[in-house]
Design a protein around this ligand. Structure first.
Ligand code: SF4
Length: 211
């Protein structure tokens, strides 16, 4: 196993953050909606303000049966209330009508759902269906950029390189632990102001050893 992968898995074992969506009791629809909220809002805020909503709306049909006002009243504290209400209604309608109420296990089909991009699709595949897929957000990009010495000038251009690298680093097992570990590592150690002195990757990190 790659040194990087091993250290991230170890980091997760010892330092994982606890969020409601990491508990086993949520279904693929609930995870998809949670990932939608996580796109524009800090994980800690989603954890404290969206738990009740996610518990209550466990299927597209639940969303469709309530009025926009009801939905709005419950998501407004997360921010982007109107936009999110609209998105939730569109997603629920599509899944109910086009997918028979079920969340697909196939990336192309997931990408057909309104408001679902690569990140959400991969998060659903990994965190609900345990598929071996990479999870890359801007924080993970920052970690890869620093550790592997990849200068991120144009995100679109470097994206392919980062995706290939991310795929190569995935462990054979414990994919969820690894991907959550990477997100936690980016949030707690390789932050905007990195905590290099306490970082378990520093001996091989390009950024730490070259600057
Ligand atoms: Fe990030 Fe510093 Fe660790 Fe490198 S040594 S991965 S820059 S925290």
């Amino acid at each position: 196993m790659d040194f990087f992968t091993e250290k991230i898995l170890k980091f997760y074992l010892e330092n994982s953050r606890s969020f409601f969506w990491r508990e086993k009791k949520f279904n693929p629809f609930q995870i998809l909606i949670t990932e939608l909220f996580l796109q524009r809002t800090r994980a800690e805020t989603v954890d404290s303000k969206a738990r009740d909503f996610i518990k209550r709306y466990s299927s597209p049909e639940h969303i469709l049966s309530d009025s926009e006002k009801d939905i709005y009243d419950q998501v407004k504290d997360l921010g982007l209330g109107r936009r999110r209400t609209q998105a939730l209604k569109e997603i629920a309608k599509y899944i109910h009508k086009e997918l028979n109420g079920k969340i697909p296990q196939n990336k192309d089909k997931l990408l057909g759902i309104p408001h679902v991009g690569k990140y959400i699709a991969n998060a659903v595949l990994c965190f609900t269906y345990n598929q071996k897929v990479e999870i890359i957000d801007s924080n993970v990009e920052r970690v890869f950029g620093r550790y592997f010495g990849i200068e991120i000038v144009d995100r679109k251009k470097e994206r392919e390189e980062l995706e290939m690298l991310a795929k190569k680093l995935l462990p054979k097992k414990k994919i969820k632990d690894y991907n959550w570990g990477l997100l936690d590592f980016a949030a707690l150690i390789c932050t905007v102001k990195p905590k290099c002195n306490i970082c378990s990757l520093n001996s091989r990190c390009q950024y730490y050893n070259n600057y």
